[in-house]
Design a binder for this molecule. Sequence first.
Ligand SMILES: C[S@@+](CC[C@H](N)C(=O)[O-])C[C@H]1O[C@@H](n2cnc3c(N)ncnc32)[C@H](O)[C@@H]1O
Length: 395
Amino acid sequence: MNEQIEKFFSELEQSIKKHSFLKLTISNNKGENKSLQKILVRLIETKKGLRMFFLYRYETRDVAKNFDVQESLKIIRDLLGKSFFSAHLFTLEHDYHLDIGKKGRARLNLGKPSFKTKPSLSHNKEKPAFVNPKVFYLKALGITAENGEIKEKQQDKWKQINKFIEIVASFFDKSELKNRQKLRIVDMGSGKGYLTFSVYDYFKTVRGVDVEVIGVEARSDMAELCNSIAKAAEFENLSFVQGLISDYNLTQTDILIALHACDTATDDAIFKAIKANAEIIFVAPCCHKEIRPQISPPDYLKDLLKHGILLEKTAETLTDGLRALLLEKEGYKTKVFEFISPEHTPKNNMIVAVKKHKATNTDQIIKKIQSIKQLYGISKQRLEELINSAENTAF
Ligand SMILES: C[S@@+](CC[C@H](N)C(=O)[O-])C[C@H]1O[C@@H](n2cnc3c(N)ncnc32)[C@H](O)[C@@H]1O
């Protein structure tokens, strides 16, 4: 190999050994996959020890991978002079710029260091966005402007998208699904598809999972728009179906999502998920119209609930509390929490249910549900009705 290239590799290895390595940028791709524009490499400290973090920057997406240092050096050697012909090494002592020309002739330039301080090796210190803002679909969906910046008025949506993917990733990693290489996810009431696209992109691009994602949406204009963007983004296994949640024939599904589906559409989605044997269910209920007019509290609570706002909040608590109990009765472990600060959206309660794979004392839960309904004078709750009628027809 050319002397200059060898010198570059020696400086690279030395800088890692001497802890003066800052980052490496590999560019000028002349290989077959032209959409891969550059590769950014930095060091990170992980549970497995010191590793090199590679961010493969494609035209429309980023792919992140990390490898141990020896493997990384081999990968870099395999890239330079074969498909990539330029590299910029930043160390605390110098910047090195390697340019490889025709016939493997190379030039190595040495410059003053651009950076004088070392970045943190922690992967999580500055919380990275879970979704790459530069991806094509965010522009097509109107979240980012032409220059790839998040539009001012879409900042709340952007925060919601990232928080949502963070939550999904965290529950996924603690679930039975964590090592699965093939996944089926259905997003019910997918609307404009922000979450549907992001969840597909996250599992497909960042996690490298063979994922199929389906959005179910009542509005045909939304489903059509999302299908056309999915096609343009070349997201082959992402599709949108126009139709009602209650009519959708949901078969075996690993993860079900239903965020802000109106009123009892959330119950329809939860019911379908239980029947489809979903391992994880994420729902963020929207309005709680079914329970509110039914509430007729005992005399000792009447003065508390004479205020409209408190009655509203009670309806919300009762609806989501009952949904969580019903999910527990169906063999799930549940968590109810505020998924994003109310300053970003008032509809911010989230129920997450994860299959327990253990026996459940259903009688005890049924008793709890009945006594809560009795106390507040509630005669019907959609999810309970759906579950009961399915149980009755099974016998
Ligand atoms: C408030 S949007 C939320 C969209 C998306 N889930 C999100 O959180 O960004 C609710 C969407 O659910 C759809 N929707 C409401 N009820 C539905 C139903 N029963 N079946 C299918 N879609 C429904 C609406 O058309 C709307 O697009």
